[in-house]
Structures are given as C-alpha cells and as structure tokens.
Design a binder for this molecule. Sequence first.
Ligand code: GDP
Length: 322
Amino acid sequence: MAQINSESTVLRPSSTVHRRIVALAGGVGGAKFAHGLAQILPPEDLTVIVNTGDDFEHYGLYICPDLDTVCYTLAGLANPETGWGRVDETWNVIENASKLGGPDWFRLGDRDLGTHLERTRRLKEGQTLSQITKDFCKAWGVEQTILPMSDQPVRTIVETEAGDLAFQEYFVHRRCEPRVKGFRFEGVDLAEPAPGAREALQAADAVILCPSNPWVSIDPILRVIKKVKKPVVAISPILGGQTVKGPAAKMFRELGFKPSALAVANHYCDLISGFVLDKIDEQLKGDIGINMSTMVTNTLMKDLNDRSRLAQDVLHFIEAEL
Ligand code: GDP
C-alpha cells in the first residue's frame, strides 16, 4: 500500500507510514492499542488523550485508573495478566489496611500506591494533573505524550436501576451488576482540554478512537474536547457481539441496542469516517454507514505482536482511505 499524490506517483512504501496521530483511550483496550502505535510511530508523532472520568479518591489518595494503565503500559511496567496495575506487584499495604477494617474492594498494590501518594502530594501543592503526568512519564522513560483529558475534575456517574453510582462504585464495587439507564459526566461543561490537547489535535493528521468502552471511556473525552476537525477512525471494542473485557456490551444491551460492531459504528456515526472491525464480524461490513470506509482485520490483541500489527493495519487504512 502506498500514498499517491498529484506531483509524483508513489510517496511512501507501506513500511514507513509516518502520521501524526492523536489516540483517545480508556484503560485496558485503549492502552494495548496505544502501545501498538508506540511501537511504530516516532514518539513525537503520538499523543494519547486519556479518560479521567473514572478518577476517584480512595484512602485520601487521588487515583487515575485509566491514565495509570496507559502510562504503565507504554512504560513496560503494566501487569500482563490483569492489564491494569503494575507487574511484580505485592499487596502488603492493602492487606494490612483490610485487616484493620479498611475497604479492600479496590485493589491497590504496593508499587502502584507510590504513584498515588506522589500524585496526591503534588496535587495538594497545586500542581496540575497534566504536569504531574508529564513528570511521571519522564521518570518512567515514556517518550510519547500522554495527556489526561482535562486538568479539571470530570466524574462519570452511572445512572442505574439501583440509583446513581460513582463510576468505580459501579465498576469495581458493584461489579457492573446494576442495570444501566444512562450516564452523566459531572463537571464536563466546565472542563477544558488539558494543555497541549488542542494543539495536538490541530497538528494531527488523524484521530483514532482506541478499542475502548464507547460509553464511559471515549464519550467523556469527546465531551471535553468537543470538536474534532480531523479525520477520525474508530476500532470496535466489541467482537462477535461481546467485549474482550468489561461491561460495554452489557451497557449497549441495557440501553436498548443489540451489542455489536455495527452498534459501535452507529454510536460514533456523526464523528468517524473510518471504522475497523474484527474478522469475526465481517458479515456486518455491508451494514456499516455508506459514508464510512471500513477495514476488516484481526483486532484481538493477545500479545505485543498483535498490538503492533493492528496499529500498522490501522495506520495503513488511514493512509489509504482517509
Ligand atoms: P477500561 O477503562 O479499563 O474498561 O478500558 P477501555 O475502555 O480502554 O477498554 C475496555 C474495552 O476494551 C472493552 O470493551 C474490550 O472489549 C476492549 N478490548 C480489550 N482488549 C481488546 C482487544 O484486544 N481488541 C479489541 N478490539 N478490543 C479490546
């Protein structure tokens, strides 16, 4: 595959696709795909804007689950089994706190706790989340730009039949059991995109919606950044009607949609011009909007090779179609 322009015939062979990309990401699915992009793009060409609607305070600490998952993954520090938290983790602090009667429904590892302690200390000093994230990335050797979606707090509230629940209360404590009726993002109207986000979007050749939960990972970011004037491509987090992990399919169902890659494409239809779906869903390709280019490929990322290959496929798709 190659790019063709009016001045010369062939510009670039497939192995050297260089595009400035902004990726919007939640936690596990977003981090895996962003990691794939990071294997291929020069670091200065990749900015990842991460959902912070899941952030919350616990034990007096400020915790950013999605931001930490993306940072740990790009730093090579993530736990490969869970997809969240740190590799080679120990659990002494939370086990001790639990023995003393403290809550243990949100697992906080000893290494991970260092991140939350230092972030909380700096926030209390008045530093911004984006500055702290930049410093942490430098310390971890992450060369790509990772931005929280905003320095102002935005809180995802899950409206359920059991009442309104703060996101981690729904997701971790209640294990996504209550039936979902809707979502709201408290603070979103006052939240500004983090410093650098607008500039990165302005400079980008394309924006990629990672295979993250559309309702609670990507939508909050889109609500904060408001307008995207660049070509946008989305990768389906739903394969064969199911998620790889997490409640996105259950959310689609409870909100009245049959969960599928088609439902994801429809969810984003006003925004995207390209959609990537898994081979298992090839038969849905013809039903996906006529104004949208589609690519069918293997989107399941089981290892690092899968992440890089999918990222390469998506970059070629952008090069060829958008
Ligand atoms: P969370 O904030 O930790 O829930 O993470 P995300 O929102 O980023 O990711 C959750 C979504 O990622 C789920 O809907 C999963 O189906 C999707 N996901 C996880 N791994 C993969 C994968 O390997 N391929 C694809 N296509 N989707 C994935």
